[in-house]
Design a protein around this ligand. Sequence first.
Ligand code: GLU
Length: 476
Amino acid sequence: MKKIRTRFAPSPTGYLHIGSLRTALFNYLFAKQNNGEFILRIEDTDQQRLVEGAADALLETLESLGLRPDGKIEHQSNRLALYEKAANKLISKGLAYPCFCSSERLDRLRQEQQANKQVPKYDGHCRHLSKDEVAQRLKSVGDKHVVRFKIPKDQIVQAKDIVYGKISVKTEDLDDFVLIKTDNYPTYHLANIVDDYTMGISHVIRGEEWLPSLPKHILLYQALGYPLPEFVHLPLLLNPDKSKLSKRQGDVAVEDFIKKGYLPEALLNYVALLGWNPGTDQELFLINQLIEQFSLEKINKAGAVFDVNKLNWFNAEYIRRIISEAGERYQQLIKQSQGYLQGHEDGAEDALKLFGSRINHLSEISELSAFLFKLPAYTADMLVFKKSDSEKTDQGLNLSLGSLAKLNDKDWTLENLNQTLEDIAGKHGLTPGDIFWPVRVALSGQEKSPSPSEILEVLGKEESLNRIKLALNKLK
Ligand code: GLU
């Protein structure tokens, strides 16, 4: 069997879009599942759109998610000679031609066609220039030209896509597209096909937005005498309202999700399910399970909704699991959490203990846990529950202080703490509102927070008692 080789071929124009992550992931999964290779190719032939540093950032992001490319990372800008050679080969076979049309002429043509309600298309003006004429114009200084592909007349191009099935297009609907631009750089179409062939790519897996280019590509493969790879186009990603997924960076940049503390496990798991499903009820998949179970045949045609709430669910789920497993991954999570707790790194484990099961992403712990490190200012009336009064509140706090002071450090456990507060209520005919509420506010300075026993456990005896004494002072 032929070696499976896939490629992720981004243009380095900025951040990594969540849709591109899906493309990269599916390429990775399919390659790994087949003991194949997953190649990263930087498609940097559009000199105007290049963003400095974007290619390195992209690689870093992929690697931080564990999607490490195999072999050397290729940049198309280093391979210009190869594309030129291919274009020349096509010219010499009469399958491509230099075109000298000025951009003004092309603009005019487009406007005319649009005014006549025609689909804009190159009119073949330079397609029939004689050899002599071409030679003459190539010599004349300043006569800029492009190289165009000569779309054959009156044919039907047949294509097969593993997801979308058979496609056929009449060549009269195709344009003599550009292969080499005036700056001598190849277009995406030429460079992409030359590279997929020379790099031995067996499966081209990419976004649905490239499907309309497929007939052109097939013609180009045929003209160059290259065998066809398999094609797999991935369904469009949609917003929850079914519109095309936004390009607003804040909503879709993988780097931003990582910065906010979304875990690789959650990002990969959720993204894998955008357009693919295992055909079972299983929702949670670690990368090795994805590699095992992924299949091209189970990719859907229908657009897939990217819903950040679902991603949150996966992320929260992985955070909870990692905490409860308390293994090596948990240690990494603590480390990562420290990044959100500047100046209070020591408190990372406490913060995770308290909020790990309550957050969608790690960066949330910084605000949530701030009260652990510094008691916020609050007013005395916050201590009084709406169905209580200041007298009972004072009594509740005093009794709590007394009982908690008697607990020694080794008994300072969640269960004992909870029991201690409950016992007070039982013994003195007080309600939870007279005890649990004020103790909680005393410890957190907040209307909303985890339960008092959870906070007591994390704050420890000394700090807890100090905070309760402070609250009693406020009530005076
Ligand atoms: N450079 C193209 C992109 O940015 C690659 C498309 C393809 O995979 O063929 O999406």
